[in-house]
Design a protein around this ligand. Sequence first.
Ligand SMILES: Nc1ncnc2c1ncn2[C@@H]1O[C@H](COP(=O)(O)OP(=O)(O)OP(=O)(O)O)[C@@H](O)[C@H]1O
Ligand SMILES: [Mg+2]
Length: 372
Amino acid sequence: MYVTQLTLHNFRNHPEVSLSPNKGMNVLLGKNAQGKTSILEAIYAAATTRSWRAGKDAELIAFGQDQARVHVEVTRETQNDVELELRLSATEKKTITVNTIRQTRVADLIGQVKVLLIEPEDGEIVRGEPSARRKFLNLEISQIQPIYCHLLSSYRKVLEQRNRILKDMQKGLSGGGVLDILNEQLVTYGSGLVHRRLQFVQRIDDLATEIHSGITDGSEKLEIRYVSSTVLEGADTVDEITLRLKARMAEVKADEIRRGVTLVGPQRDELTFHLNGLDARVYGSHGQQRTIALSLRLAEFAVMEESAMEPPIVLLDDVMTDLDEERRGHVLALTQGRCQTFITAPSDRAFSPEMLPGAKIYRLANGKVTEQ
Ligand SMILES: Nc1ncnc2c1ncn2[C@@H]1O[C@H](COP(=O)(O)OP(=O)(O)OP(=O)(O)O)[C@@H](O)[C@H]1O
Ligand SMILES: [Mg+2]
């Protein structure tokens, strides 16, 4: 799939931009703070409904404006072409349209256009807080299986309600009569989420281990594991996971009431990354953590391609300056000539001469984007 038309209106520092990208490589060149990452961010936000780096949607709206808009037209090989539009407002809820039809749920948009982002902060998936790894799982599985996104939003609603009841029970304000009903719902949605996460992690682990071994010339064996608040060994069906979650919930019930919070479920689970048997979060160097994240992203490319039967759109932020030649080579070998890429760099000196012919080059300066 590839973007054929991209329009930004009052998005970050871009008042008005309209691009007709190339099917292959698109290079965004410019000094610092000219708006290169913001262009990637616009594509990413249109495809997933939010930015990876903004805390709030309002940050995306150009200073002094009350609305921002991103419109993308995408050609897909295995489905009909699609147009997505994201409108952000300082005062109203954001709106999303797919082929001009307004969607009310994120799940109805996500996965229509698949994007893979590789960026300098990716190492945070390995070294950051568990929430960074859950965010990774939730977003990436949602892109591959939109049903996951439905399950997640249903799960979160029940979890919120359940936590409220537990808080009341903690204070002695409620006898917890509805807890059993909520438990049923929580386990139904929760086991669906956990089952999909386990399947995803298994596939990603196989692929990333092989990729990582290639990048490190066989010197590092990477293992990715799903770590759960419930013992899941041998539980590979939704029914089995349901039983395990229920059993664990019964075990921690008294503790939950005492603490006033749900202690079991996917909101407590996370991932571990081991290199040659050592926990890379604790013992890995910055560079090793970054390389794990890269292996993870490249594995994700393959999973996305498998599921969509065509490669995703790849957004490469600063990889020409952030990654060493060898790691850069792995990214480019996977993406060049195989999919549409958008790649940012300070200048064309970052590229070897054979890379640029055939690429579309955009220069960004003083709030303007010009095609070379
Ligand atoms: N809501 C906003 N309205 C206007 N300008 C903004 C807004 N948010 C951020 N900016 C500015 O937009 C500029 C471009 O940011 P961006 O991160 O896209 O630059 P960049 O070209 O990727 O830079 P770098 O090479 O340093 O990564 C920055 O100067 C930033 O301060
Ligand atoms: Mg940038």
